[in-house]
Design a protein around this ligand. Structure first.
Ligand code: HMG
Length: 455
């Protein structure tokens, strides 16, 4: 009978000899690039060189970037742009946007300019509470767990006293602590819901530290609580973590104007407004449209979230959960006409920070915040919501008038010209030519070939 351990060891070695590697994380950046080039790039030195070309020339700056994540090899550039003319609660802002997709910045700027001439964006914070949960297994009497919780709630709160000192000084801290019975959804499942205010921080680290501290306190208190039957019916902590679903960290934004001021592209104001409202209703009624409609909103939201060094995955997850809160995925924005007044509005859950995390570490996030006049977290929530609504307005406006391709392709022209190898002089001529001609990938490709053959 062969030794099983030997078989496993042999399999492990042959696996390791293949394309896997032990101790990769401990290797230097140069060694990592060499290994990758040999193992996955067929020794292609051009790709390896590109990885090095994108290093920052200033070693200290590059080191800062390398330290953000693990196994960093190089940088991946995204364009940083600005959309001016955002009139928000009466004040003008230029909004920094980091995004790779053409026409988003133009669309945001276009909508900002339009609404600046029609009263601007009105926005307000509805609430700023975030939450985290300590998830529990408990198979005993629900009344006993309740008793335990009520008797020890104060001690749980006190256990985070030191952690919360700084946050409380800034006006934040733990707001409430509740035990929630979820046994109807999942056998033996309870959780402790902790609500927090985190001032200008996004607060993930603070919330998670508080939850883990309270969970440890709960464990020790539970082991001494006489009401629990040892081994069988003592609450067990499964995990403690903040929630990225933040329906109580909410901002509202709206734009309004007389319907008559919306006349454009051959449509009267009333025709435009009614078609616009209908388009938004369709996004409410049909998730096939709702998802794409909200993608347009996220074009603006994500671009500012990225530019300011905030966590766009958390924002995306939370916003899409919010869009599904009725049980069906719906449009995030709403449009209506009341007595000849058009109103387009949106509520958005946004847990953002302007201190801590990457907001202070990434030098470009610092520049973004400076451009935005160093906003508080609340002000940043309002700015991000405006960028989202502006994007949405621009996209829906195009969809119900010219169609999306006209403006999008106009902005995409330079990408297509680069893709088909246009020289700088061909590009200049093509820009003039396509001012009056339909832009499509095929038309641009043909233009480049023909023009560069003739030249
Ligand atoms: P236009 O009317 O041809 O623009 O619109 P214009 O040349 O007359 O310029 C007017 C203003 O637009 C400019 O004012 C700028 O604010 C802006 P100015 O600066 O001259 O005082 N603008 C630009 N800004 C920067 N760079 C530019 C530029 N061009 C115009 N090159 C536009 C053209 C593309 C703005 C318009 O057609 C539009 O808004 N289209 C919508 C584009 C869009 O939504 N793109 C997002 C990508 S598509 C998508 O992902 C989402 C979607 O699927 C969502 C959904 O389905 O709901 C559509």
């Amino acid at each position: 009978m062969p030794d099983k351990r030997l078989i496993f060891a042999t399999q492990a070695v042959s696996f390791m000899n293949d394309k896997s590697i032990n101790g990769f994380s401990k290797r230097s950046k140069a060694e990592k690039i060499n290994w990758l080039t040999e193992t996955f790039l067929n020794g292609d030195q051009e790709s390896a060189n590109l990885l090095r070309v994108y290093w920052h020339e200033d070693e200290q700056r590059q080191k800062r970037h390398d330290e953000f994540i693990e196994n960093a090899l190089t940088n991946f550039f995204l364009p940083f742009a600005v959309a001016p003319n955002f009139k928000i609660n009466g004040e003008f802002h230029a909004i920094p946007l980091v995004i790779e997709e053409s026409s988003v910045v133009a669309a945001a700027s276009n909508a900002a300019k339009f609404w600046a001439a029609h009263g601007g964006f009105q926005t307000r914070i509805i609430s700023r509470t975030k939450s985290g949960q300590i998830h529990l297994n408990y198979s005993g009497e629900s009344a006993v767990l309740n008793d335990f919780f009520e008797q020890h709630k104060q001690q749980l709160k006190q256990s985070i006293g030191t952690l919360s000192k700084g946050m409380e000084a800034r006006g934040g801290g733990l707001v409430s602590l509740e035990l929630v019975d979820q046994t109807a959804q999942l056998d033996d499942y309870y959780y402790i819901d902790a609500k927090f205010e985190t001032a200008d921080a996004m607060g993930a680290n603070y919330i998670n530290s508080c939850l883990e501290t309270m969970a440890a306190t709960l464990k020790s208190l539970a082991s001494n609580f006489s009401g629990f039957v040892p081994e069988t019916a003592t609450p067990e902590v499964v995990m403690s973590i903040l929630s990225n679903y933040v329906p109580e960290c909410l901002v509202e934004v709206k734009v309004t104007c007389p319907v008559s001021e919306l006349a454009q592209e051959g449509l009267s104001g009333s025709e435009f407004a009614n078609k616009f409202v209908r388009a938004v209703e369709i996004a409410h009624a049909n998730p096939l449209r709702g998802v794409t409609h909200n993608k347009g909103i996220m074009n603006g939201v994500d671009a500012v979230v990225l530019a300011t060094g905030n966590d766009f995955r958390a924002i995306e997850a939370g916003i899409h959960a919010f869009a599904s809160r009725s049980g069906q995925y719906c449009s995030l924005s709403t449009a209506k006409i009341t007595q000849d007044e058009f109103e387009f509005s949106m509520q958005l859950p946004l847990a953002l920070g302007t201190v801590g995390g990457l907001t202070k570490l990434h030098p470009m996030a610092g520049v973004s915040l400076s451009i935005l006049q160093n906003p508080s977290a609340e002000q940043l929530m309002m700015i991000v919501a405006c960028a989202g609504l502006a994007q949405n307005f621009a996209a829906v406006r195009s969809l119900i008038t010219t169609g999306i391709q006209k403006g999008h392709m106009k902005m995409h022209l330079l990408n297509l010209l680069s893709q088909y190898g246009a020289t700088e002089s061909t590009k200049s001529l093509a820009i003039e030519h396509f001012k009056t001609q339909p832009i499509s990938a095929r038309n641009v490709a043909e233009y480049v070939v023909k023009h560069q053959q003739d030249a």
